[in-house]
Design a protein around this ligand. Structure first.
Ligand code: ADP
Ligand code: MG
Ligand code: ZN
Length: 624
């Protein structure tokens, strides 16, 4: 059934838990009763049996109550106990005498069985209550009232956060930004005096294993403040209301210990957009937890000295409410490390490992494109393990080679680990964009070219920085732009003779730009200066494709014109790149080596090669 909500499923699970507990408890009660009765098992007998046993001197000990008489025969292991009802109304005057004769020990019992009954029934009951209370604590949702306020948030205090920025490598930009946070935590009064508003929330965004959690801890370690952390994953499997209570308690503790850092790891688990897809946490729980988080964040000003940090690798699914001013208004992006970054990370993790003389971490960095910090840490560890297994006392290059293979094999990374050929194709593709971006007079300057795989999406990227925000674009500018967009595909064709499926996205962008040129900007001679509008889709208002408000014949012409513009631009890209094929391949080789090149580096190389760079493209770059 499609509409079986998370909540329903949660209910069911809750019932299942309750049933299991009731059954367990009943079983326990029965077992306890049984064993208690067995321990003091007493056989029923008659008074005459007692007299016979007494005669035969088998009786060792006797307890005489007002209604019962209980006696024991035999000692130790073969001791047997019997019980007989005393004869009502008969005063056995000779009983004492007989007992003495038989040499049995005898005592009186004030009220038969009362105490033993009491014990047999109350003891298990008490035990049951204790067990129930214990289980309620273990299972946070079983009874809300009892489990509220039991925070599982892990708390590190000042002395135990030993991680500092020295343990984090390859993410210098992020560290620089976080230094400001550290400074604030160290000297909150300075900021308060001037009235500077420090960001309340810092959101760390990046692929898994790039060191987000590590950075958050290092920030606390660097500032020497307590670190309170809770993971969105802790809210998984939780019942409604508990998450919100935890958030409340977390912030309450944080306020008492300020200055400090509150860290919410994997915030996407609770901060998922309300419209978002399914998650393991029930909707209601997630929403309550999220709301509580928002309330807490709004509830105090940052001069209190509490900085809230959060990490996610799914910024796209986050509820927009989290990004509003006064909440997570500062975002720090942490990318997969480039080659220099990887080398730095390897260095950090190799600190405590004895390396042989032949080890060159730079070569290992070059061999591990797309590896995250966590994976690199793993490589070092694997290499050390391999060295130990081979009976060496230092780790040598051979061990590293095997470790890289092993880590690679352990990763299901079809989309990320590119083969040699694929990397070459991507490098030429990006260089095609970049080279044209540099050479065409009206193109935006190239800021950065990268073939560091980014998550699952793009294999490479060329970032251009517009010189200024432009509302007016001339036709030559748009044509240059089209040529740059198609340049990736053209480069692939020029160098390899065929194109890959990679540039599908480029084609889409180019097509939509060309079609706007024809339909909205009147830049096609064939169609003329006419704006061809589309009626918004009438029924659904869903932003779907509208109905063209022009004739079929015009539509055909539009298609032909769009095609013509695209073909011309593509041809232009191809011919320029063909002409500069040597430069293209040389630059692509360089990019393969360096993985990332800034606009500056690219310009220098082009100048060395004597290639004319368009004037506009050399204009000063605005800050990124
Ligand atoms: P994330 O939270 O981004 O998924 P973690 O912070 O949990 O990643 O990283 C896991 C481990 O990988 C860290 O404990 C550290 O050993 C290693 N690591 C990841 N990134 C780096 C880095 N930039 N520098 C040093 N070590 C790193
Ligand atoms: Mg993490
Ligand atoms: Zn492209």
């Amino acid at each position: 059934m499609p509409d079986k909500t998370d909540r329903d499923r949660h209910r069911q699970r809750q019932y299942a838990y309750t049933a299991v507990y009731v059954l367990l408890s009943l079983g326990l009660l029965m077992w306890l009763n049984q064993s208690l009765v067995r321990a003091g098992r007493v056989q029923e007998a008659s008074y005459s049996d007692f007299l016979k046993s007494l005669e035969a001197k088998r009786v060792v000990e006797v307890a005489i109550g007002s209604e019962f008489i209980v006696w024991q025969e035999g000692e130790g292991k073969d001791a047997k106990r019997f019980r007989a009802v005393r004869l009502p109304g008969v005063d056995d005057g000779r009983l004492i005498e007989r007992l003495e004769q038989a040499g049995a020990k005898f005592t009186g019992v004030p009220q038969d069985d009362f105490w033993s009954n009491l014990f047999v029934w109350t003891f298990p009951t008490l035990l049951l209550i204790a067990f129930w209370a214990w289980s309620v604590r273990r299972l946070p949702g079983a009874t809300q009232a009892l489990s509220l306020g039991r925070s599982r948030a892990k708390i590190w205090d000042e002395s135990s956060v030993k991680v500092t920025f020295a343990d984090v490598a390859g993410v210098e930009e992020a560290v620089e930004e976080l230094r400001e946070v550290v400074d604030f935590l160290k000297h909150p009064e300075r900021y308060a005096r001037i009235g500077a508003r420090i960001p309340k929330g810092v959101l760390l965004v990046g692929p898994p294993g790039t060191g987000k959690t590590l950075l958050a801890r290092a920030t606390a370690g660097e500032a020497g403040v307590p670190f309170f952390s809770i993971s969105g994953a802790d809210f998984v499997e939780m019942f409604v209301g508990v998450g919100a209570a935890r958030v409340r308690e977390l912030f309450q503790q944080a306020r008492q210990k300020a200055p400090c850092i509150v860290f919410i790891d994997e915030i996407d688990t609770i901060g998922k957009s309300r419209a978002g897809a399914r998650s393991p946490v029930s909707h209601e729980e997630r929403e309550q937890t999220l709301n509580q988080l928002l309330v807490e964040m709004d509830g105090f000003d940052s001069s209190a000295g509490v900085i809230i940090m959060a990490a996610t690798n799914r910024p796209d699914v986050l509820d927009p409410a989290l990004r509003r001013p006064g909440r997570f208004d500062r975002q720090i992006v942490i990318d997969s490390p480039d080659m220099n970054g990887r080398e730095a990370i390897l260095k950090v993790h190799a600190r405590n490992v004895k390396l042989a003389g032949d080890v060159d971490l730079r070569i290992i960095a070059a061999r591990t494109p797309g590896f995250s910090g966590a994976e690199l840490a793993n490589v070092i560890n694997e290499a050390a393990l391999i060295a130990v297994r081979r009976g060496r006392d230092t780790v040598c290059m051979e061990d590293f080679d095997e470790a890289v293979d092993r880590v690679l094999a352990g990763l299901e990374r079809k989309s990320r680990a590119l083969g040699e050929h694929e990397r070459a194709v991507v490098a030429h593709h990006e260089m095609g964009h970049a080279l044209l971006g540099m050479m065409l007079p009206h193109a935006d300057p190239v800021h950065k070219v990268s073939i560091v795989p980014r998550g699952s999406a793009a294999l490479g990227v060329t970032i251009q920085t517009p010189i200024e925000d432009r509302y007016l674009l001339t036709e030559p500018e748009l044509r240059d732009r089209l040529t740059v967009i198609l340049g990736g595909r053209a480069a692939e064709e020029v160098v390899f003779g065929h194109v890959s499926s990679g540039p599908a996205d480029d084609l889409q962008r180019a097509t939509s730009l060309a079609s706007r040129m024809v339909k909205q900007f009147g830049m096609s001679g064939e169609i003329g200066p006419v704006a061809l509008e589309e009626l918004p889709s009438a029924y659904l208002g869903d932003g779907g494709p509208g109905l063209p408000a022009y004739s079929q014949e015009t539509a055909k012409k539009v298609d032909a014109e769009v095609r013509r513009i695209l073909e011309e631009s593509y041809e232009r890209a191809r011919s320029i790149l063909r002409e500069h094929r040597d430069a293209l391949t040389r630059l692509a080789q360089e990019l393969l080596k360096r993985e990332v090149m800034s606009g500056e580096e690219l310009r220098n190389l082009l100048e060395q090669m004597g290639i004319r760079i368009s004037e506009e493209s050399t204009a000063a770059e605005p800050a990124p």
